[in-house]
Design a protein around this ligand. Structure first.
Ligand code: SAH
Ligand code: SF4
Length: 432
């Protein structure tokens, strides 16, 4: 989500600035921020502090903060960090050019943190085609209406708004035709509820079908799917549409019904398990990943065991697990039965070690198999190898007779299984 917003800002800036890999030489520094969890937010604060000295050396330097923390803190940031020139919220960053003009006419600091319910996303495309690339993210909606009790997103990204299908399709066509993109990942906090609030919008399953009709686009991914809104119609599209990748990120968060209720997730463990079973019945080779929060307020050892139990039953391909942290504005922040850090730490370790075993077995089950990989380019870890992902979203690094194969779909024989990736060798080219 954040990467996608940063990209939009680059497009909006056009020729005004050039990107530099050396922040110490920059004339404009814009820090994009995430406040979903506590850790990245703290990282931001140490980062901003550092730009103060740089500003002394280069008085023309403009420092801006955008994204969730900008939205959450707004003008408060200025009290601690008076050297910030602009604060652009989750809708405000679209006005970056206006902000820069205000600053150059001496009107600093600029704070754009309005959050409108009827916000119309501007369609932001590069002013000239960028480098050719294989994969791209496309936002299909913004905000969230679910108010899970631990989550800050509805407060900093506002109400759920779906983009018009025509705009989404135009953006993807542009990416395919002008930049050679072969795979898009459709982004939203809960893509399964796409279009539900609008009259005459397709639902998410229909949107996937429409996107899949774009010539030259080979693969479609999406994230995130809220389990409560995963319906059979969508499962069937995933199973039957050859362009839709056989992977779903389906955040469970917790395995105990009591905790799920206090999290306001609106599904039970039984409903979650039933959906997974149906999904696997319709699409046996699907890769399922999830998010887990450990140490939610009041989580007992028994509750936690129920999370471990689901991990054992479902056998997710990969999980992203987090220690619960208090976030501003949320209901859970006001719960009184918080757990000590040591308990959260210990539970996180237990989740990690159980999942490491499961993931290892899943990765090993691919040994000797042939998988289809969309080549993304040269592996960053080994310049002699290519890298890409299987339809299940497994990273595959492999040797090949040529290294200039980015953007092609190839068949790879899997010879080794690592902790978070597979290794193998090129067998044949399937599509160019
Ligand atoms: N919309 C997605 C999640 C967005 S946030 C969904 O509904 O699943 C990404 C992940 O961060 C969440 O899935 C959750 O596991 C984690 N997270 C969010 N708030 C958190 C908090 N207060 N403490 C710990 N983890 C949190
Ligand atoms: Fe946060 Fe829940 Fe919305 Fe996901 S669905 S963004 S966890 S409120």
């Amino acid at each position: 989500m954040n990467e996608n917003d940063s990209e939009k800002v680059l497009y909006l800036l056009g020729d005004l600035y050039e990107q530099t890999p050396h922040p110490e030489e920059a004339d404009l520094i814009l820090v994009n921020t995430c406040s979903v969890r506590e850790k990245p937010e703290h990282k931001l604060y140490s980062e901003i502090g550092r730009f103060k000295d740089q500003k002394k050396r280069n008085p023309g330097l403009i420092v801006g903060v955008m994204g969730c923390v900008a939205q959450q803190e707004g003008e408060n940031l200025l009290k601690r960090y008076p050297h910030i020139d602009m604060i652009l919220g989750t809708q405000g960053f679209y006005r970056i050019r206006e902000a820069l003009e205000l600053i150059s006419s001496g009107k600093r600091p600029v704070v754009f943190t309005d959050l409108k319910e009827d916000f119309k996303f501007p369609l932001v495309l590069p002013q000239k085609p960028q480098n050719r690339r294989v994969t791209a993210y496309v936002s299909i909606m913004q905000g969230c209406d679910n108010f899970c009790s631990y989550c800050i997103v509805p407060y900093v990204r506002g109400r759920e708004i779906s983009r018009k299908p025509e705009e989404i399709l135009d953006e993807i066509k542009y990416l395919v035709e002008m930049e050679g993109v072969r795979e898009v990942t459709l982004l939203g906090q809960n893509v399964n509820s796409y279009g539900k609030k609008e009259r005459d919008f397709p639902d998410f399953a229909e949107l996937l079908e429409r996107v899949s009709q774009i010539d030259g686009l080979w693969r479609i991914r999406f994230t995130t799917s809220h389990p409560k809104d995963l319906c059979e119609k969508l499962m069937r599209v995933i199973a039957e549409n050859p362009k839709v990748c056989k992977h779903i990120h389906l955040p469970l968060q917790a395995g105990s019904n009591r905790v799920l209720k206090r999290m306001n997730r609106k599904y039970t463990r039984e409903e979650f398990l039933e959906k997974v079973e149906k999904l696997r019945l319709l699409c046996p080779d699907i890769g399922i990943t999830t998010d887990i929060i450990v140490g939610f307020p009041g989580e007992t050892e028994e509750d936690f065991e129920e999370t471990l139990d689901i991990l054992r039953q479902v056998r997710f391909q990969e999980i992203f697990s987090f220690k619960y942290s208090d976030r501003p504005f949320t209901t859970a922040k006001r719960f009184s039965d918080k757990l000590p850090e040591s308990v959260k730490e210990e539970r996180l370790k237990r989740v990690h070690s159980l999942q490491a075993e499961i993931s290892k077995e899943i990765y090993r089950s691919y040994l000797g198999k042939e998988v289809e990989v969309l080549v993304e380019g040269i592996s960053s870890k080994d310049p002699q190898k290519l890298t890409g992902r299987s339809t299940q979203n497994l990273v595959v690094n492999f040797t090949a007779p040529r290294l200039d194969m980015a953007g092609t779909l190839v068949k790879v024989l899997i010879e080794e299984a690592g902790q978070h990736s597979l290794r193998g060798r090129y067998l044949a080219t399937l599509q160019v």
